[in-house]
Design a protein around this ligand. Structure first.
Ligand code: G6P
Length: 367
């Protein structure tokens, strides 16, 4: 193809290294870098009056949507329904005309997401799509297309498209919150500056690769891995577990940390590493107590945290990857990067076909 690996071993490795640039370019597309005002394409309806948002997607894009749900509900105070596209399309959800159907897709061609788009259209929803390929079928069938600027993604396992999707969702959240009066100007400024700070914070993640590799050695030796997170970091745990399954063929399961005691706690022993996504947000103490429950049952704790969190996790976590402290709003974007790198490093140790994992397709255009 026209896109080379630029000296990297795999497209996935190259695309992981593109996170900082892709986040920066995508943000410049949706937020004016000079005025710092959110600058989305024109909507022919009012964001203030949307009664409900129905979000749908498949795969990693669905996990990006889950983060978006937290943001839209908590920050813009808009009711959100969400489901994977293959379920939504058969659910017959009762929808209020004039609601927003919000689709997320890297390719814009995924069959289930496209079918869900058409269902939402028939239910008189305004169709907004967050797409990497804007000339795709979904792009043509949408009322508004919000483009990510991820560039071609060749690796079957999605990486940079995910942080680009989150960057667009963050801007949409600010726009909706401002339109609805739930985000004040000073808070919007704070959110925007934490977003514009992300490319340099994201670049710093690559200084932590040795720590991620140390974690990868433990994960690569396991048969099963449990990923835990809370709030906006629960979808990042889901993304980490999915990526690990996809490219290393190690079974992984992600759980909302507080739900662990209702089931997976029975699996915990020294052979099941527990990967926790634990930035020091308001949910940190809750996650920490879940980690201690797991540790008390012999679980080996591998933690992605920040500098503040590291102080509290030392002595508890066997391995830590410590990221810079950032505003809690942007933490899920930053934490995605090392979690995806972990899956990549494990796949390298396993010697799998990283860019073309068995049985998977880049774009699933059949139901
Ligand atoms: C496939 C890919 C995933 C991707 C999903 C959705 O399963 O392997 O990486 O997340 O499709 O693709 P889309 O193009 O709709 O984002």
């Amino acid at each position: 193809g026209a896109v080379g690996k630029d000296g990297y071993r795999h497209y996935m490795e190259k695309e992981l290294h593109e996170h900082p640039v892709v986040i920066g370019q995508t943000l410049q597309r949706v937020i004016d870098p000079v005025s710092k005002a959110v600058a989305l394409p024109k909507f022919d309806f009012s964001l203030a009056e949307v009664p409900r948002v129905t979000m749908t997607a498949c795969g990693s894009a669905y996990y990006a949507a889950l983060v978006g749900r937290y943001w839209l509900e908590a920050e813009a105070r808009v009711p959100v329904d969400i489901d994977v596209a293959s379920e939504l399309r058969y659910r017959a959800p009762p929808l209020t005309p004039g609601g927003m159907g919000l689709l997320i897709s890297q390719s814009g061609e995924t069959a289930d997401t496209l079918a869900a788009l058409r269902l939402l259209r028939r239910s008189d929803q305004r169709i907004v799509s967050i797409l990497n390929v804007e000339t795709s079928t979904m792009g043509r069938d949408s009322d508004v297309t919000l483009g990510m600027v991820a560039g071609p993604e060749i690796s079957v396992a999605s990486t940079k498209a995910f942080t680009a999707q989150l960057s667009v969702l963050a801007a949409l959240t600010i726009a909706m919150g401002q339109a609805r009066g739930t985000i004040e100007a000073s808070r919007a400024q704070q959110m925007v500056s934490s977003l514009f700070d992300l490319p340099s914070r994201a670049a710093e993640v690559f200084q932590r690769v040795a720590d991620i590799q140390a974690m990868a050695v433990i994960v690569a030796a396991a048969r099963d891995v449990l990923y835990l997170g809370r709030g906006v970091c629960f979808p990042i745990a889901l993304e980490g577990a999915l990526k690990l399954k996809e490219i290393s063929y190690i079974h992984a399961e992600a759980y909302a940390a507080g739900e662990m005691k209702h089931g997976p706690i029975s699996l915990i022993d020294k052979d099941v590493p527990i990967v926790v996504i634990a930035p020091s947000t308001i949910l940190f103490d809750k996650t920490l107590s879940n980690i201690q429950e797991a540790k008390a049952r012999g679980g080996r704790i591998l933690a992605f945290t920040d500098e503040k969190g590291a102080a509290r996790l030392s002595g508890i976590a066997e391995q830590m990857v410590v990221l810079p402290d950032v505003d809690a709003f942007v933490a899920p974007i930053l934490f995605t990067i090392p979690v995806q790198i972990l899956a990549y490093e494990v796949a390298l140790l396993k010697g799998t076909d990283v860019d073309q994992p068995r049985n998977l397709a880049k774009s699933v255009t059949v139901e």
